[in-house]
Design a binder for this molecule. Structure first.
Ligand SMILES: C[S@@+](CC[C@H](N)C(=O)[O-])C[C@H]1O[C@@H](n2cnc3c(N)ncnc32)[C@H](O)[C@@H]1O
Length: 368
């Protein structure tokens, strides 16, 4: 799944090797900024160390939980049968739907809020991120989620990943594409995706993956989650590097994970700002202080820490060097730099969903 700041690609290199070597020697691995869950999954699948994944956002807990909360493979069809929907996951939902034009998009946007029998996904996002048919399919997937157990853990993540894959938006869900001549082809490409078939694909990808030892997920601020950290833990920190909140970019996924917002508005169909999670790490005026407090509190816990952060100064005012300076007096810091590609979050003149090459620091910290 596309996720801003995902470490999935870096895990194939030195970062992955270091994490496994150190996690194998630790009582527990804690990913304090879990995001898509890629790092937590990697450690859980490849070591017998228990993993805890923490993130401010609920959808992240669903993504991490699909693997951390299971210690055995499950059949794809067992998950799909537990899903209480009428649909046949293997039969195409759409009849190679003809292209929609700007007027068709406007019509869909007009009718979606009052669509008979429509659930919150149709009412809040139909015609914007999803075609009416897709939104109805996503609503029925949400309503029919398996009741519990491993089937539920896989299904919750598959639903979030399906919602991400089908959205007519540039890799995140801050705003949907608008039906201009340039962007209509992207809307059509996205709206042609069969949500049930996509969901079955996601289930298939997740169901054979599992943790060696059942772990935990937690929706919490990293600073609050420290209550539970001890000296035997290896804590991985991959904090935000942007001065724009993650909750602004992923509010649709958070809405789906949370059963819908009270109301949404504007071209992004976003909830009121006070309903979205706010992180000090994405507020330029306090990000430095938040990082310093985090390091100070981690030091009190006596645990081992690995931090990843862009080498150059990021838009939230932090940089790898600033983190090293904060840590040096109380930690022995080993610095490693690896090549990476980061999302510009649509900014920096790189266009929608733009990416740029940069150096990422992997800072391995041992308490002095
Ligand atoms: C750079 S991303 C992590 C990416 C992740 N390592 C991956 O591979 O997908 C940062 C994550 O931190 C989360 N976050 C931001 N502030 C947080 C906080 N104060 N406590 C916990 N999580 C936070 C965001 O929701 C986001 O998912």
């Amino acid at each position: 799944m596309k996720y801003m700041g995902s470490k999935a690609a870096l895990l194939r290199g030195e970062l992955g090797r270091r994490l496994l070597a150190q996690a194998n020697r630790s009582e527990r691995f804690v990913d304090l900024f879990a995001g898509s869950g890629s790092v937590a999954h990697y450690v859980a699948e490849n070591t017998d160390t228990k993993v805890l994944a923490v993130d401010l956002q609920r959808y992240s807990a669903h993504l991490s939980g699909a693997i951390l909360l299971r210690d055995a493979s499950i059949e794809r069809d067992t998950v799909l049968r537990a899903w209480k929907v009428e649909a046949d996951f293997d039969a195409p939902l759409f009849n190679a739907q003809s292209s929609v034009d700007a007027a068709g998009v406007s019509d869909a946007r007009r009718v979606a809020p009052s669509e008979a029998g429509g659930g919150f996904i149709t009412r809040q996002y139909g015609g914007h991120y999803y075609s009416i048919e897709q939104a109805r399919a996503l609503d029925s997937l949400y309503e029919g989620l398996p009741e519990g157990g491993p089937e539920r853990f896989v299904a919750e993540a598959a639903l979030i990943r399906t919602a991400s894959a089908c959205a007519a938006a540039p890799g995140h869900t801050a705003q949907p594409f608008q039906p201009t001549a340039k962007l209509l082809p992207y809307i059509n490409a996205a709206w042609r995706r069969d949500a049930f078939a996509e969901c079955a694909r996601q289930v298939e990808q997740l169901s054979t993956r599992y943790a060696q030892v059942i772990g935990q997920v937690r929706v919490a601020d990293a600073l609050v989650a420290l209550d539970d950290i001890g000296p035997g833990d290896l804590v991985f920190c991959d904090p935000p590097y942007s001065d724009v909140q993650y909750s602004r970019f992923y509010h649709v996924l958070e809405g789906i994970a949370s059963g819908g917002w009270d109301s949404v508005s504007g071209s992004g169909r976003s909830p009121a700002i006070d309903q979205r999670a706010s992180s000090d790490f994405s507020l330029k005026r306090v990000a430095l202080q938040a990082m310093s407090t985090l390091l100070c509190n981690l030091r009190e816990k006596g645990c081992q820490v690995i931090v990843t952060f862009p080498a150059a100064e990021a838009s939230n005012g932090l940089s790898a060097q600033k983190i090293v300076e904060m840590a040096r007096s109380r930690w022995t810091v080993t610095e490693l730099y690896v090549d990476s590609r980061h999302s510009t979050l649509g900014g920096s003149g790189a266009g929608r969903g733009g990416r740029r090459n940069l150096q990422e620091a992997v800072l391995v910290m041992a308490p002095k």
